[in-house]
Design a protein around this ligand. Structure first.
Ligand SMILES: Nc1ncnc2c1ncn2[C@@H]1O[C@H](COP(=O)(O)OP(=O)(O)OP(=O)(O)O)[C@@H](O)[C@H]1O
Length: 332
């Protein structure tokens, strides 16, 4: 059953255009000029209950705007959406109790108070019973390993510790849908992994529906099988992570092990040398040339072992979102 249904959703912002110079500023006071930013355009997708889906896109693609729309923080300019049968921007109490939005950049905890005080406030806001509150807090505290930090003012916590507290605050009312906007931004590798492991376990156990935006492909690979990719407000892909690689990667990697304990000169005429550790050499080759390059190399050199692999998701996404491929991404 689908938990989230989005149909031709669009959100346009009007941005005040400020001209330079005194005369233009005075004129601007009398006659305001606006420019329109189409942050989200005609986006449609459907997410089943219990799915964890990544929402990928370069800076300014419209990811946060979409999550804000689905959280009811802003109203769309076109299209429709329902989450668990609710229209988010109607801001019904019944909906508020069923979702949470966690953003890596904006905190919901009181800075000067211990996190447990904020949790208590959330308990009251969401009218969580004392018994449920206790059992959920115990469970989350243990899973996120923050027991000893409960009475410490939030401002004294590290970024990673704070994010774990943010997750507790977001989950204490046990939402059915969780929107995660860059939950690991700025975290070191250890903290990132800890958050990933928690999310994986929690999502499996509770069967909640999750949309995750992240610029870290390690998060995405650890947590999601499916990704929706948007660029300039428009959806350009919806499918498995493997499909992203298959569709957008223009290259493959050939790993060669030479029979002699060296690698030959001039092999770079076949592709880009990514790694050269004799007798091993990794070559990046355009997809459509792989079989031709392979047969030539095998004919020319004494090769002991060879393998062909896809490029890592991280590289494919970086290439897709780099400025020179933006126009390409627009047209796929
Ligand atoms: N309140 C606003 N007023 C005007 N323009 C906005 C507003 N919020 C977002 N935008 C614009 O809408 C576009 C989409 O922004 P959004 O924050 O949704 O992107 P994003 O994909 O989340 O980017 P990032 O990865 O950098 O967080 C951008 O061009 C942004 O400048």
């Amino acid at each position: 059953m689908s938990a989230i249904e989005v149909q031709n959703l669009g959100r346009t912002y009007k941005v005040y255009r400020k001209r330079e110079g005194l005369f233009a500023s005075v004129r601007g006071l009398l006659h305001r000029e606006y420019r329109e930013v189409h942050a989200v355009q005609d986006v449609s997708f459907s997410i089943d209950e219990g799915e964890m889906v990544a929402f990928l896109g370069p800076n300014g693609a419209g990811k946060t705007t979409t999550l804000k729309l689905l959280s009811g923080l802003i109203v769309p300019t076109s299209g429709s959406a329902t989450v668990l049968g609710h229209v988010p921007w109607k801001r019904e109490d019944a909906y508020r109790r069923r979702f949470s939005l966690v953003t890596g950049q904006k905190e919901q905890l009181w800075w000067d108070l211990p996190a447990q005080e904020s949790f208590r406030l959330h308990k009251e806001i969401y009218r969580v019973s004392a018994a449920d509150y206790k059992s959920r807090l115990d469970e989350l505290t243990e899973l996120l390993e923050v027991g000893e930090l409960m009475s410490q003012p939030v401002r004294e916590l590290s970024l990673g510790e704070r994010m774990r507290m943010e997750l507790i605050a977001a989950l204490i009312h046990r939402p059915d849908v969780l929107f995660l906007d860059e939950p690991t931004i700025g975290l070191d590798v250890i903290s990132q992994r800890r958050v990933q492991q928690f999310l994986l376990k929690y999502q499996k156990e509770q069967g909640i529906t999750v949309i995750l935006t992240s610029h870290y492909m390690k998060d995405v690979e650890a947590l999601c099988d499916r990704a929706i990719v948007i660029n300039k407000g428009t959806k350009i892909h919806d499918g498995s992570l493997d499909e992203i690689i298959d569709r957008f990667s223009r290259h493959k990697i050939i790993e060669l092990h030479f029979a002699v304990n060296s690698t030959p000169n001039g092999i770079d005429r076949y592709g880009v040398v990514l790694e050269n550790r004799p007798p091993m050499l990794k070559l990046q080759v355009e997809k459509h040339k792989v079989s031709d390059v392979l047969s030539r190399i095998l004919g020319e050199y004494d090769i002991e072992d060879v393998s062909v692999s896809e490029r890592p998701l991280e590289d494919v996404i970086a290439e897709l979102f780099s400025s020179d491929s933006e126009s390409r991404a627009d047209t796929v």
